[in-house]
Every structure is written in C-alpha cells, then in structure tokens.
Design a protein around this ligand. Sequence first.
Ligand code: RET
Length: 250
Amino acid sequence: MELLFSFPSFFLASIQSGDYVGFTFFIGSMAMMAATVFFFFQTTQVEGKWRDSMLVAGLITFIAAVHYFYMRDFWAETGTSPTEFRYIDWILTVPLMCVEFFLILRAVGAKQSLLWKLIFYSVWMLVAGYLGETVFRESSALWGAISTIGYVGIVYEVWFGSAKKLAANSDDPKLQGAIKSLGWFLLVGWAIYPIGYMAIPGGLLSGVLSLESLDLFYNIGDAINKIGFGLVIYALAISGSDVADYATSK
Ligand SMILES: *C/C=C(C)/C=C/C=C(C)/C=C/C1=C(C)CCCC1(C)C
C-alpha cells in the first residue's frame, strides 16, 4: 500500500498556480515534443535534398524536449535554475543550429570552415555564459561580456560575413530570404537570452528583474528560436527553391 500511494507522487511534478516559470517549462516540453513530431514527419515529405536539414531541425527540438522534461522536474522539485541541464542542452543544440546554416548553404559552396567558425563562436559564447552563471557568478557581468563576443561573431558571419556573401552570390531569392529570416532570429530571438542572464544578482538588470525571470526568458527564447529555426527551414524546403540542385548539376 505504501508503494501504491507514494508511487504516483513520484511522477507528479507539481506546479503551483502563479508559478509562471513552471508553466513555461511545461509548455516548453510539450511544444518541443510536438515540433519534433512535425519536423521528423516532414523529413519523409520534403524533397531529398532537404531531408538532412529537416532531420537536424527535428533533432534540435528533440534534444530540447528531453532536456525540458528533466528541467521541468528539476524546477518543480527545487524551485531553482536547472543550469547544468540548460547548458548541456545548449551545447548540443546551438552547434546543430550552426549546422543548419552549413547545410542550406552547402549547395552554393559553403566550406566547412564556415561551419567550424560558427561552432567555435557558439562554444565560446556558451562556455563563458556557463562560467558566469556558476563558478564566477559574482563577476557574471564580465563573463556575460566575454560571452557576447561569441554571440556578435555569429551575428556578424550571418549578416555580413561568409554566410551572407554565399547567399548573395546564389541568385536565389528563396535562399536569401531564409538566411535573412534566420539572421533576424539570431539578432532578435537570441538577444532574449542575455536579458534573462542579466537578472543574476549583480547583473545589469538585477534591479528590475527577479532571479526567476532568468528561466522565464530562457524558456521563451528556446521556444521561439528552436521551433522558429525549424519552421524557416521547412518553409525553404517547400518553397520550390532549386538551390540544392546547383551542387549536383555542377
Ligand atoms: C536553443 C538554444 C539557443 C538558441 C541558445 C542561445 C543562447 C544564447 C544566444 C546565449 C547568449 C548569452 C550571451 C550573449 C551573454 C550572456 C550569457 C548567455 C550565454 C546567456
């Protein structure tokens, strides 16, 4: 009997009314899961040349969905930030988002160096952010600034650097449009994260934001960016863009 009564409560991560962060963890896990099903299903529907990109979009939301299940329970149990799960999720999914740029630009001549540059910037950004949230929390502002260098590097590559040039030379307005949309996600969508980060005590916005807002911003950012990225890829895949044919016809 003991077991019967305690068993269900083991699975029951509780959310109190008014726990908005808890809500967003829960909604986040469901949204990531639903998006994963959609993206995986679409890999079988889109033309062959877009399958890798759709698959990666699904992997991004899939990895996030699994982490959201853990993060949701961690939050429900402890009421504190699941920092480790968060950064493990990001260190896997953010480089995969860099892979998406490489995959859709591959047919117009993207070199692996573009991919490694983007991955280097993103690892830089995340390692510095993690250190600022954990080991060097008293100097989180300094580590946030160091992290921002990586962030700016990614934005630069896509808005002005090699990614932008490859798209411009492609003469394909659909591909150019997709890179432009992804660029806006980087510039506006990804800027949501540093706002949450600045809620850390001593941070630039700690006077106006409660520490809880950190996870609120991160959760909203994740839903917008991970699902949004996948939808841009999906829109490109069904747009009839013949960009990927260039590679094979060359
Ligand atoms: C799916 C997860 C994504 C797209 C995560 C993106 C995370 C960032 C853009 C984080 C950026 C940060 C800064 C630019 C400075 C402060 C520290 C971070 C790590 C929050």
